[in-house]
Design a protein around this ligand. Structure first.
Ligand code: SF4
Length: 180
Protein backbone atom coordinates (compact mmCIF):
# COMPACT_ATOMS: atom_id res chain seq x y z
CA UNK A 1 0.00 0.00 0.00
CA UNK A 2 2.86 2.38 0.76
CA UNK A 3 4.24 1.63 -2.68
CA UNK A 4 0.92 2.75 -4.19
CA UNK A 5 1.17 5.94 -2.16
CA UNK A 6 4.73 6.49 -3.33
CA UNK A 7 3.57 6.04 -6.96
CA UNK A 8 0.76 8.54 -6.42
CA UNK A 9 3.21 11.04 -4.94
CA UNK A 10 5.38 10.62 -8.02
CA UNK A 11 2.41 11.47 -10.26
CA UNK A 12 1.79 14.60 -8.19
CA UNK A 13 5.44 15.65 -8.32
CA UNK A 14 5.55 15.12 -12.09
CA UNK A 15 2.37 17.14 -12.64
CA UNK A 16 3.57 19.93 -10.36
CA UNK A 17 6.94 20.15 -12.14
CA UNK A 18 5.29 20.16 -15.56
CA UNK A 19 2.92 23.00 -14.68
CA UNK A 20 5.62 24.95 -12.81
CA UNK A 21 7.78 24.77 -15.95
CA UNK A 22 4.95 26.29 -18.00
CA UNK A 23 4.96 29.27 -15.64
CA UNK A 24 8.78 29.21 -15.59
CA UNK A 25 8.36 29.06 -11.83
CA UNK A 26 11.06 27.76 -9.52
CA UNK A 27 10.53 27.57 -5.79
CA UNK A 28 13.70 28.97 -4.24
CA UNK A 29 12.24 29.75 -0.83
CA UNK A 30 10.65 33.06 0.09
CA UNK A 31 9.62 35.20 3.04
CA UNK A 32 6.19 33.56 3.12
CA UNK A 33 7.81 30.12 3.32
CA UNK A 34 4.95 27.60 3.05
CA UNK A 35 6.72 25.37 5.60
CA UNK A 36 5.60 28.00 8.15
CA UNK A 37 1.95 27.55 7.19
CA UNK A 38 -0.43 25.95 9.63
CA UNK A 39 -1.35 23.04 7.39
CA UNK A 40 -3.48 20.18 8.68
CA UNK A 41 -3.21 16.73 7.13
CA UNK A 42 -6.07 14.27 7.15
CA UNK A 43 -4.94 10.80 6.12
CA UNK A 44 -3.63 7.98 8.27
CA UNK A 45 -1.73 6.50 5.35
CA UNK A 46 0.29 9.68 4.82
CA UNK A 47 1.07 9.81 8.52
CA UNK A 48 2.35 6.23 8.41
CA UNK A 49 4.50 7.06 5.40
CA UNK A 50 5.92 10.20 7.01
CA UNK A 51 6.73 8.30 10.18
CA UNK A 52 8.30 5.52 8.13
CA UNK A 53 10.73 8.14 6.79
CA UNK A 54 11.23 9.61 10.25
CA UNK A 55 12.09 6.19 11.69
CA UNK A 56 15.06 5.97 9.35
CA UNK A 57 16.79 9.00 10.90
CA UNK A 58 19.46 8.65 13.56
CA UNK A 59 18.21 8.85 17.12
CA UNK A 60 19.92 12.17 17.98
CA UNK A 61 18.33 13.81 15.01
CA UNK A 62 14.97 12.29 15.84
CA UNK A 63 15.16 13.62 19.39
CA UNK A 64 16.04 17.06 18.13
CA UNK A 65 13.07 17.06 15.75
CA UNK A 66 10.72 15.74 18.44
CA UNK A 67 11.79 18.56 20.76
CA UNK A 68 10.99 21.07 18.02
CA UNK A 69 7.66 19.35 17.36
CA UNK A 70 6.70 19.51 21.03
CA UNK A 71 7.65 23.18 21.18
CA UNK A 72 5.59 23.79 18.02
CA UNK A 73 2.54 22.13 19.56
CA UNK A 74 2.95 23.87 22.92
CA UNK A 75 2.94 27.29 21.24
CA UNK A 76 0.26 26.51 18.67
CA UNK A 77 -2.34 24.50 20.61
CA UNK A 78 -3.16 26.27 23.85
CA UNK A 79 -4.65 24.62 26.91
CA UNK A 80 -7.96 26.49 26.50
CA UNK A 81 -8.41 25.03 23.00
CA UNK A 82 -7.31 28.13 21.12
CA UNK A 83 -5.14 27.47 18.07
CA UNK A 84 -2.52 30.14 17.39
CA UNK A 85 -1.11 30.52 13.91
CA UNK A 86 2.31 31.88 14.77
CA UNK A 87 3.98 30.94 11.48
CA UNK A 88 6.40 28.64 13.25
CA UNK A 89 8.71 26.72 10.94
CA UNK A 90 7.79 23.04 10.46
CA UNK A 91 10.02 20.87 12.69
CA UNK A 92 11.13 18.96 9.59
CA UNK A 93 12.55 22.04 7.87
CA UNK A 94 16.28 22.39 8.39
CA UNK A 95 18.25 25.15 6.68
CA UNK A 96 15.33 25.78 4.28
CA UNK A 97 15.17 22.15 3.22
CA UNK A 98 12.70 19.41 4.08
CA UNK A 99 14.51 16.63 5.95
CA UNK A 100 11.89 14.11 4.87
CA UNK A 101 11.35 15.43 1.36
CA UNK A 102 10.56 12.00 -0.22
CA UNK A 103 8.04 11.34 2.55
CA UNK A 104 6.31 14.74 2.77
CA UNK A 105 2.51 14.71 2.53
CA UNK A 106 0.32 15.63 -0.43
CA UNK A 107 -0.37 19.22 0.58
CA UNK A 108 3.37 19.96 0.81
CA UNK A 109 3.74 18.60 -2.72
CA UNK A 110 0.83 20.39 -4.36
CA UNK A 111 1.15 23.78 -2.70
CA UNK A 112 2.14 26.92 -4.56
CA UNK A 113 0.65 26.69 -8.05
CA UNK A 114 -2.80 27.97 -9.09
CA UNK A 115 -5.07 24.96 -9.31
CA UNK A 116 -8.63 23.75 -9.53
CA UNK A 117 -10.85 21.26 -7.82
CA UNK A 118 -13.98 19.75 -9.32
CA UNK A 119 -16.84 18.59 -7.12
CA UNK A 120 -19.76 16.65 -8.65
CA UNK A 121 -22.56 19.00 -9.68
CA UNK A 122 -20.52 22.18 -9.17
CA UNK A 123 -18.33 24.37 -11.30
CA UNK A 124 -14.58 23.90 -10.78
CA UNK A 125 -13.19 25.98 -7.94
CA UNK A 126 -10.01 27.74 -9.03
CA UNK A 127 -7.53 28.81 -6.34
CA UNK A 128 -4.73 31.30 -6.77
CA UNK A 129 -1.13 30.24 -6.27
CA UNK A 130 1.37 31.52 -3.72
CA UNK A 131 2.48 35.15 -3.77
CA UNK A 132 6.05 34.28 -4.69
CA UNK A 133 4.99 33.01 -8.11
CA UNK A 134 3.19 36.24 -9.07
CA UNK A 135 0.72 34.05 -10.97
CA UNK A 136 -1.96 36.75 -11.09
CA UNK A 137 -0.19 38.46 -13.94
CA UNK A 138 -0.08 35.27 -16.05
CA UNK A 139 -2.59 33.11 -17.89
CA UNK A 140 -3.83 30.11 -15.93
CA UNK A 141 -2.36 26.73 -16.88
CA UNK A 142 -4.82 24.00 -15.92
CA UNK A 143 -3.71 22.15 -12.80
CA UNK A 144 -6.55 19.93 -11.65
CA UNK A 145 -6.03 18.36 -8.24
CA UNK A 146 -9.29 16.39 -8.32
CA UNK A 147 -7.87 13.07 -9.49
CA UNK A 148 -5.08 13.21 -6.90
CA UNK A 149 -7.58 13.80 -4.10
CA UNK A 150 -9.76 10.96 -5.38
CA UNK A 151 -6.86 8.52 -5.61
CA UNK A 152 -5.69 9.53 -2.14
CA UNK A 153 -9.20 8.99 -0.75
CA UNK A 154 -9.30 5.48 -2.23
CA UNK A 155 -5.92 4.60 -0.74
CA UNK A 156 -6.97 6.00 2.63
CA UNK A 157 -10.24 4.06 2.66
CA UNK A 158 -8.39 0.85 1.85
CA UNK A 159 -5.78 1.59 4.51
CA UNK A 160 -8.42 2.28 7.16
CA UNK A 161 -10.23 -0.96 6.31
CA UNK A 162 -7.11 -3.07 6.61
CA UNK A 163 -5.68 -1.31 9.67
CA UNK A 164 -9.02 -0.86 11.47
CA UNK A 165 -8.38 2.89 11.83
CA UNK A 166 -11.50 4.98 12.16
CA UNK A 167 -12.21 8.55 11.06
CA UNK A 168 -9.85 11.02 9.50
CA UNK A 169 -7.02 12.72 11.31
CA UNK A 170 -6.62 16.48 11.52
CA UNK A 171 -2.98 16.98 12.42
CA UNK A 172 -0.05 19.22 11.63
CA UNK A 173 3.30 17.66 10.82
CA UNK A 174 4.38 18.35 14.42
CA UNK A 175 1.37 16.47 15.78
CA UNK A 176 1.92 13.60 13.35
CA UNK A 177 5.44 13.20 14.66
CA UNK A 178 4.68 13.20 18.37
CA UNK A 179 1.38 11.28 18.40
CA UNK A 180 0.85 7.61 17.65
S1 SF4 B 1 7.00 18.24 5.80
FE1 SF4 B 1 8.69 19.17 4.66
S2 SF4 B 1 7.72 20.24 2.93
FE2 SF4 B 1 6.11 19.81 4.44
S3 SF4 B 1 5.99 21.65 5.73
FE3 SF4 B 1 7.44 20.24 6.74
S4 SF4 B 1 9.46 20.81 5.98
FE4 SF4 B 1 7.94 21.75 4.61
Amino acid sequence: MLESLSNLYQLMDDAWSRIAALYQFQCNGCQDNCCKSLFFHHTHIEKVYLRHGFDQLESDRKNDILNKAEDYCRKTFLADGEIKNLKIMCPLNEKSRCILYPYRPMICRLHGLPHELRKPGSNPVIETGCRAGRFDSQSYFKFDRTLFYQKMAHLEIYYRQTSKKKGKINETIAQMLISQ
